[in-house]
Design a binder for this molecule. Sequence first.
Ligand code: 4AD
Ligand code: MG
Length: 478
Amino acid sequence: MIKKSVYELLKSDGLLPQEVQVKGWVRTFRSNRFIALNDGSTIHNIQCVIDFESTTEETLKRINTGAAIAIKGNLTESQGKGQTVEIQVSEIEILGDSNPDAYPIQPKKHSLEFLRENAHLRVRTNTFSAIMRVRSKLSFAVHQYFQENGFNYVHTPIITGTDAEGAGEMFRVTNFKDNEAPVNEEGEIDFTKDFFGKETNLTVSGQLEAETFAMALGKAYTFGPTFRAENSNTTRHLAEFWMIEPEVAFMDLEGNMDLAEDFIKCVLKSILKSCKDDLAFLDQRLTQEEKSKPQAERSDMSLIEKLRFVADNNFKRISYTEAIDILRNSKPNKKKKFQFPIHEWGADLQSEHERFLVEKHFKCPLILFDYPADIKAFYMRLNEDGKTVRAMDVLFPGIGEIVGGAQREERYDVLVEKMKKMNIDEKELWWYLDLRKFGTAVHSGFGLGFERLVQFTTGMNNIRDVIPFPRTPQNADF
Ligand code: 4AD
Ligand code: MG
């Protein structure tokens, strides 16, 4: 008898009938005869048809939604509608009971909010199993892309002493016990007595360390967890998220934009191939959800059409200055519809502006480049104009910023000057400055928020629904 996953069973027409064995969880049980069994290997269930002679009354009572069971039987062509094959059960064993009155995941539609509160069980639903399978395949596609293009995977530290983004949104890592932190003569906490002998935090980005690898191995990338202690309760922010950060020596901003665009397109194409069934399900789900929106807010493309569109069309590229002109003269700006009206050059773009440009004006992914130096991080290369930097953001429909990157400042003096101006401690970043002293060269890279990519790929509106156990302000359950 062959042990198979549901995925394998559903693909095995042609070799029937066949004695098989399968284990999984009961999704539904109807008419005391038909079990829909799922083992997580596919979005689809296998129908198991019970033969009364081999089943006791006692067993029948225990076939409840959520129960873990083992089935032995004959895989045959299905007589009924809706499936090609089914199992004629000869033996059934209850491996783990599930009390139908207490099990939260009932065979009916649950709200996403309710499922978030039951995140330990939500992956047993169609929606979340599909999302998490796509997430898994996406992370594989990310590695595949970089590995096939000569990049080296670098594990940058989670605990650091630096604030790569200079935004001060860090979680402190300390070994001081409650109220026992020693203080120095100035009355400040004396971190020299802490575990690492200095103040440390969870990383907000692996970029600075990845740069050291790019300047030795040529092409490097990180893909790991990053942490931001910003109090953002939005559908696009997490306190713990995964970021992909490639960094390449001898590559300028042009090359960086090309890399980001090619990378995203390749990964999406890979998912369109490897996740057909899950995407078909998520496509349907989104179409249903869209129906509850007013006509004007509905997307004119289905999920799969959107993915194809992005994979097959060039991203639009414009400078920050051009974007400001468009925004300044836009209808919502003139009619005072923006919460943050655009008056002059230099304004930081808010998500409402980014979404206007992408969703209303250009109607395609957009790369904005050459931002004002004042609104961007210290490490970005200063342009000849002395006021803009070689920064780029990739903006996506429904998401806003999905990628942030830059050509890095490779000139020692310019970088030091910039750090002084922005109050960044040169002593702390001595090693980063060393890269500019020894064999410095043009180099660039970017960071892509993995969850935002999963959001786009699965069509999920809330970032909390694309990571197994979201960490957000006031929430670190599970
Ligand atoms: O734009 P950010 O802050 O850039 C950096 O951290 C650079 N060091 C990257 C680099 O050049 N190597 O973040 C990069 C991306 C954003 O575009 C966004 O997709 C994602 O990370 N991101 C978040 N995703 C979820 N929750 C948050 N709180 C995020 N903050 C940034
Ligand atoms: Mg950014």
